[in-house]
Design a protein around this ligand. Structure first.
Ligand code: CUA
Length: 336
């Protein structure tokens, strides 16, 4: 007789390996909500570990009782039909009361965390972030700065994010620092954070918002105060004037081919508000909301055919010849 046992055990082993690999691959690298870099994110991850421990105890107790019952009360050959009973008030009281108490504890811990997260500290720095399909407008109302997709904040300072949406519901999330907070059209949500560790943290839209949802990324650059101040000083400047024939032509083309309908460049006639502000685009590390590293090749390809780079993008494809593409790319790369 052929036994299917070896095949079965191999299959089971394979399933376990595949499941393990799938599960653990989610843990690799940043961003990870369980390696917090702000007291806000630490509150959430601490709560997670406490709830996980409670769940683990419940799991072990319930499964132990289950296995004990299965083994201890297993039907034997000689067994008669056991006495038929209905209900057991004492047992039912116990298995109702204990879970209710566990839930009260879980509720209380969660409530305390929510209260701590909701208490907006005074003197927090204001940053306004608006979700667009599929990028982020970032404004510093007190500093007069408008940028996109790359948020700079000083380390150790309380930051108050005012969150809105221009179209559909998005969600603002920087796993290591905090969130997720929904960005809802016509409604303002507030979220505060105190990023304590200098670094660049990945952010991601956490609410499905259409075709390019997965490519709706941003970074939170937590910088030492002096570096942040230097960034502010640079961002407040108008766009540098072009100095070569090609870049002068590039600036002129911004208006003639239609870029200015959606984009603004401070210090020029471009005042569009539908797309990201480009005044200091060359000071950013990426384009297309964190999707492509900023370099001449990517920028040119992006302008030539945006949807080929990022399916779904609202940026239209404008038929442009090579010379025009080169001039626009060259000009934009001067906007430090
Ligand atoms: Cu915006 Cu998902």
């Amino acid at each position: 007789m052929i036994s299917i046992r070896p095949i079965l055990s191999n299959t089971i082993r394979l399933i376990f390996v595949a499941l393990g690999a799938l599960t653990l691959s989610g843990c690799a690298g940043a961003p990870a909500a369980l390696s917090p870099a702000s007291p806000n994110a630490a509150l959430v991850s601490d709560l997670f570990f406490v709830l996980f421990a409670i769940a683990l105890v419940v799991f072990v107790v319930v499964e132990s009782l289950l296995f004990f019952s299965v083994i201890r009360f297993r039907r034997k050959k000689a067994d008669e039909m056991p006495a038929q009973i209905h209900g057991n008030p004492k047992l039912e009281m116990i298995w109702t009361t204990i879970p209710a108490l566990v839930l009260v504890v879980v509720f209380w811990l969660t409530w305390q965390t929510l209260i701590s997260l909701a208490a907006i500290p005074p003197n927090a720095m204001n940053v306004k972030v608006t979700g667009y399909q599929w990028w982020w407008r970032v404004e510093y109302p007190d500093l007069g700065i408008v940028t996109a997709n790359e948020i700079y904040v000083p380390a150790g300072q309380d930051i108050l994010f005012t969150l809105n949406s221009n179209d559909v519901i998005h969600s603002f999330w920087v796993p290591e620092l905090g969130g997720k907070m929904d960005m809802i059209p016509g409604h303002t949500n507030r979220l505060w954070l105190r990023p304590t560790k200098v670094g660049i943290y990945q952010g991601q839209c956490a609410e499905f918002c259409g075709t390019a949802h997965a490519q709706m990324r941003f970074t939170m650059n937590v910088a030492p105060v002096d570096q942040f101040n230097a960034w502010v000083a640079q961002q407040k400047l108008p766009a540098p004037a072009p100095t070569t024939d090609q870049t002068r032509q590039g600036l002129q083309l911004m208006t003639t081919v239609g870029c200015q309908a959606c984009h603004a460049i401070n210090g020029t006639s471009a005042r569009g508000i539908l797309g990201p502000d480009l005044t200091h685009i060359a000071s950013r590390k990426t384009i297309a909301a964190g999707m492509l590293p900023l370099n001449a090749e990517n920028l040119r390809a992006w302008i030539r055919d945006p949807a080929a780079e990022k399916p779904g993008t609202k940026m239209p494809k404008v038929p442009l010849d090579d010379k025009t593409l080169d001039a626009l790319t060259a000009y934009l790369l001067t906007l430090k």
